[in-house]
Ligand binder design. Structure first.
Ligand code: PLP
Length: 378
């Protein structure tokens, strides 16, 4: 596909063909494409200034405003943020933070985890096929199974942090139970272990709450963000308590230097995105639209999906085999609907439309996917 334009919930190729975006650049374009409010904010900031200095050396109004606005979406306990350039960099910074705060090095992660592609993030990700060419990676990392309470006893007073995607994305939208998450937090608190939740993909409203951890009635110690946070521009962030994040600024001094972190133009975009999200009550639409997709795809006469998992508008559809998945994704693209694969779940595909997708395009895309699911099953 040779893309030349994207507008709202549509992506347009060179031939003028329109595709309904049912994947949002994998959870980035939560507000769709080409919003005038975002473009105007970027333009206004460009008229003032772009990069002026390595992040943290000077105060910059738009960055401060962005930080305050972002933190207003979080519980009081999470009262500080540190902006970086991507989801994986946020996870790198969080890994370092866990070592600084606890003085320990062991990290517990999860089977199925995906945290990014830099060395630290890859070390705490699970998919061995993607890791072995790059070994040796970080030592002292173990993996436990999600929703298996018996394995929580592997978290001990040697564990610096438990690192978990609040809802696992690349593993195929794996959702922990409320009981499990509460037991996990309790175990972390009793062993002095930080609970770090990776909300790079699930944050910013994707699951029907601003932060996915709100579904579980818990507040973690650290949250990492990326993807949708910049409203289409590249950014990441670590959100935590000030007393923790302060530790990254001493011994050594400036413990996570990042030249472009907190880039003013990107922060202007993110700030405009957060304001739009609030003003247009985006969250209110998510559950209803997610349920519409669920009803449309799980009630097809003659089609028995192997599995359908959903939280808000984050969806995994499992079929019997990878060939069927390829058939459905390719045929849907031909018919003007964009879906996408998982790296770690070959017999499944993902759905993650812009949260503000129009009802008309939501219905149209579901009709097309239904038709292709019927074909793939015949
Ligand atoms: N964490 C999760 C849960 C992700 O889904 C991703 C990207 O897909 C990352 C981290 C890495 O983010 P980035 O690609 O911005 O480095």
């Amino acid at each position: 596909m040779d893309i030349i334009k994207a507008q709202g919930d549509l992506i347009i190729d060179r031939s003028g063909k329109e595709y309904i975006d049912f994947i949002s650049g994998i959870g980035v374009s939560n507000l769709g494409h080409n919003l005038p409010e975002i473009k105007e904010a970027i333009r206004r900031q460009l008229d003032k200034h772009a990069h002026v200095m390595v992040y943290g050396e000077y105060e910059q109004e738009v960055v401060t405003e962005f930080a305050h606005t972002l933190l207003s979406f979080f519980p009081d306990r999470l009262n500080a943020m540190y902006p970086v350039n991507s989801g994986t960099e946020a996870n790198e910074a969080a890994l370092k933070l866990a070592r600084r705060v606890t003085g320990r090095s062991e990290i517990i992660s999860f089977q199925g985890a995906y945290h990014g592609n830099t060395t630290g993030s890859m070390s705490i990700s699970y998919n061995e096929d993607r890791k072995y060419p790059f070994r040796p990676l970080l030592p002292d990392v173990r993996f436990i199974a999600l929703n298996n309470s018996d394995q929580l006893n592997q978290i001990t007073d040697k564990t610096a942090a438990v690192f978990l995607e609040t809802i696992q994305g690349d593993a195929g939208v794996r959702i922990p139970t409320v009981e499990y998450m509460q037991a996990l937090l309790k175990k972390c608190r009793s062993t002095g272990t930080l609970l770090i939740l990776d909300e790079v993909q699930v944050g910013m409203g994707r699951t029907g709450k601003f932060s996915a951890f709100e579904h579980f009635d818990i507040v973690p110690d650290v949250v990492t963000l990326g993807k949708a946070l910049g409203a289409g521009m590249p950014i990441g962030a670590v959100v935590s308590q000030k007393k923790y994040l302060d530790q990254l600024s001493r011994s050594p001094e400036l413990g996570h230097i990042t030249t472009f972190g907190g880039h003013p133009v990107i922060c202007a975009s993110g700030l405009a995105g957060l304001r739009y999200f609030k003003e247009h009550r985006i969250l209110d639409q998510v559950e209803e639209k997610g349920r519409f997709i669920e009803n449309a795809l799980t009630q097809i006469p003659g089609v028995q999906l192997r599995a359908f998992r959903r939280k808000g508008m984050m969806i995994a559809v499992e079929l019997d085999n990878p060939e069927q998945v390829n058939q459905v994704i390719n045929a849907c693209r031909e018919s003007g609907v964009l879906l996408f694969w998982f790296l770690s779940l070959r017999n499944g595909f993902r759905i993650a439309p812009p949260l503000n997708i129009s009802t008309q395009n939501l219905e149209k895309a579901c009709q097309i996917i239904r038709r292709e699911l019927i074909r793939a099953n015949s």
